[in-house]
Structures are given as structure tokens and as C-alpha cells.
Design a protein around this ligand. Structure first.
Ligand SMILES: CCCCCCCCCCCCCCCC(=O)SCCNC(=O)CCNC(=O)[C@H](O)C(C)(C)COP(=O)(O)OP(=O)(O)OC[C@H]1O[C@@H](n2cnc3c(N)ncnc32)[C@H](O)[C@@H]1OP(=O)(O)O
Length: 243
């Protein structure tokens, strides 16, 4: 996909280089918590065993709580200009709820692949409609972003044409449909990887890069993990970039 000129200037170079030891540890913890969450909603072990495990989990949680960040502080692995979001509930490797989805450019589309688990269940054996909406929001937002058109979701419309099965590889495809001013319209689909032409969910989203006053209100007090002003600040967050 060629990046159209943006109203906000050229994309910043990706010079962000997170600590590899921290990245590896966060990825491992995310994977372990993901397994825990998935198994916790599937387990049929005896009540006593579940109570014991709960006590152990609380002990581990207390260790992690020894130092934490607040919501105005970026993780040391995250970067606004390049939109690295380690703890995204959809694509974040550090988030136990996330499938996580990996997105890539493919021609003039953005493609994502994932498999949902029992922790995403709505109707028995199938995805919760809200979970599919999360997938779609992230797919469409990432498609806009990777086209150099970052915006916040102003509108998200979904058609659920077929139930989305759990534990089955899925493919997500997004494409930019229209751009004007600060607004980007993106469409996307979710299908089985084995049947990519049979759309199970179709979505359309409108992504709007907020006015400067809103950017300041939403993101003006963000700091980096070491307490500095977030690099590039809110303005940079509107610049498109690459994965
Ligand atoms: C290594 C890893 C890399 C990863 C690589 C990818 C990562 C990167 C991807 C991240 C993907 C995240 C995907 C989730 C994204 C959210 O989850 S965002 C959270 C949910 N959304 C929100 O909270 C937004 C809440 N809404 C708002 O704050 C404001 O309404 C907005 C959307 C910022 C717009 O406010 P505004 O700046 O005042 O906009 P405004 O001046 O009124 O309108 C500007 C234009 O947009 C149009 N517009 C505004 N609202 C609408 C609407 N609802 N419908 C249609 N048009 C509209 C207006 O008509 C106007 O059009 P023109 O007149 O210019 O033609």
C-alpha cells in the first residue's frame, strides 16, 4: 500500500529500540497469562483445586503489583509515533486476553490472522459479537494507520453474516475506502482462513484524527516510562508510520 500524503506531514522514522530483555520477559508473561486465562475458563478440576490455584495467582499478582504504571504513563515498550502497543487487548503480545492478532500489509490491503479461544466465547463454541467488533475496530484502525491516516474510531458499523467459530484460524482483511480531510473510511472482513471468500463479518469504520484541542485533552499529559514528555507528543500520534 502506498502511503498517501497526510495532512500532518511525513511519517517519523522508526528509531524506537525497546530493551530486548524487557520485551522478551513481557512477551513470555503475556503468553503465560494467556494460557492461564484460557485454561481458567476451560478447566473442570475440583473446586478445592481451583481455590488453591486462585490463592497462588493472588500471590503472583502481588509480586507484579510491587511497581506499576498509571494510565497516563506509556509502557517502556510502547512508542506513540510508531504506535507500538504492547498491551493492546487485540494485538498486544503482553496482553493475556489478546488473541493476539498480527497485522501486515499485503498489496493495497492490511491482513491479520488469529485464532480466538474460549476466553472470547459468546454463543457456545463461537465468538462473542463484542469480541468480533474489537477485532474489526483494530483491523480497520490499523489499516488507516498503515496508510498514514491515524484516527480515532468515530463510527463502527458491523454486519454479522455468519457465526465465528472459536479455535479455528481466522483471516481479517481491511482496505481504505475513502479519505477526506481528517477523516478516513475503512472497510474490512473476518472469514475463516480455510474459506477466505465467505465473509462472516463485514465492517465499516470512520476514523477521525482529532482536532488539536481534543488531542491535548486526551493525550496532553502522557509521559514516557522514565517520566519524560511522550516523544513527538500528541502531534506525532497523528503521523502515519509503518509496522
Ligand atoms: C508494532 C505495532 C504497530 C501497530 C500498527 C497499528 C497500530 C495503530 C492502530 C490502532 C488501531 C486502534 C483501533 C481502535 C481505535 C479506538 O479504539 S479509538 C477509541 C474509541 N473512539 C473514541 O473514543 C473517539 C471519541 N470521539 C471523539 O473523540 C471525537 O468525536 C472525534 C472522533 C475525535 C472527532 O472529533 P473532532 O476532531 O471534533 O471531529 P470533527 O471536527 O467534529 O469532525 C471532523 C470530520 O470528521 C467527520 N466525523 C466526525 N465524527 C463522525 C462520525 N461519527 N461519522 C462520520 N463522520 C464523522 C465530520 O463530519 C468531519 O468531516 P468533514 O466536515 O471534515 O468532512
Amino acid at each position: 500500500m502506498t502511503s498517501p500524503a497526510t495532512p500532518w506531514g511525513a511519517s517519523p522514522p522508526d528509531t524506537f529500540s525497546p530493551d530486548p530483555e524487557l520485551q522478551a520477559a513481557v512477551t513470555e508473561l503475556g503468553a503465560a497469562v494467556r494460557d492461564l486465562l484460557e485454561t481458567s475458563v476451560a478447566t473442570t478440576v475440583a473446586p478445592g483445586e481451583q481455590a488453591d490455584v486462585a490463592a497462588g495467582v493472588r500471590e503472583l499478582t502481588a509480586r507484579l503489583a510491587a511497581t506499576t504504571r498509571d494510565r497516563h504513563t506509556l509502557s517502556a515498550l510502547d512508542d506513540l509515533p510508531t504506535f507500538r502497543r504492547t498491551y493492546s487487548p487485540v494485538s498486544g503480545v503482553g496482553h493475556g486476553f489478546a488473541p493476539p492478532v498480527q497485522f501486515r500489509r499485503e498489496g493495497d490491503t492490511v491482513v491479520g490472522e488469529c485464532t480466538l479461544g474460549l476466553r472470547h466465547e459468546g454463543p457456545p463454541a463461537h465468538s462473542h459479537g463484542g469480541m468480533t467488533a474489537m477485532l474489526m475496530d483494530q483491523l480497520l484502525g490499523s489499516t488507516a494507520f498503515l496508510a498514514g491516516r491515524w484516527g480515532m474510531t468515530a463510527h463502527l458499523g458491523l454486519e454479522y453474516r455468519g457465526a465465528v467459530p472459536l479455535q479455528t484460524p481466522l483471516v481479517l482483511v481491511g482496505r481504505v475506502a475513502d479519505v477526506s480531510g481528517r477523516k478516513t473510511v475503512v472497510t474490512g472482513t473476518v472469514a475463516l482462513a480455510a474459506e477466505p471468500d465467505r465473509e462472516l463479518v463485514r465492517g465499516e469504520g470512520v476514523f477521525v484524527s482529532p482536532r488539536p484541542e481534543l488531542l491535548e485533552r486526551y493525550f496532553g499529559d502522557l509521559t514516557t516510562a522514565d517520566g519524560g514528555r511522550a516523544p513527538g507528543h500528541a502531534q506525532a500520534a497523528t503521523d502515519g508510520s509503518t509496522l
